[in-house]
Design a protein around this ligand. Sequence first.
Ligand SMILES: [Zn+2]
Length: 133
Amino acid sequence: MAAPQIGESLRIFVTEIRKTKFRKDEELDELRVFINPKIIETSSKQSKDWEGCGSVAESGLFAKVARPESISVEAINESGEKFSLKAKSLLARVIQHEMDHLDGVLFIDKADLATAMSRNEYLKFKEQALKKF
Ligand SMILES: [Zn+2]
């Protein structure tokens, strides 16, 4: 969730990757605060995976977006301390998605619209993927 999503023109976002039945334990991540974040490095390797967004919730749209697989980011935390973080896979994706919000970019601007589906279709799709294992 990024500040511009709640009408605040600040370069701040928070991330937290909570447990769902679709997520692996190693993907989960604590609550983090990013103030004035800067992505200082991105991998040349890209990955393409599903995204949805609280700001596109009305249509409940999910679609695949290609992004660098891993990144390094620098920011200030809630205690005013500068930190840097290397992130990969889901956390890297979430951080890049939130960074885009600070620049007024929504994931649908970058998504492969051929993969777009509604929330219900997406949940069905994920349920089926679970059954395969
Ligand atoms: Zn979003």
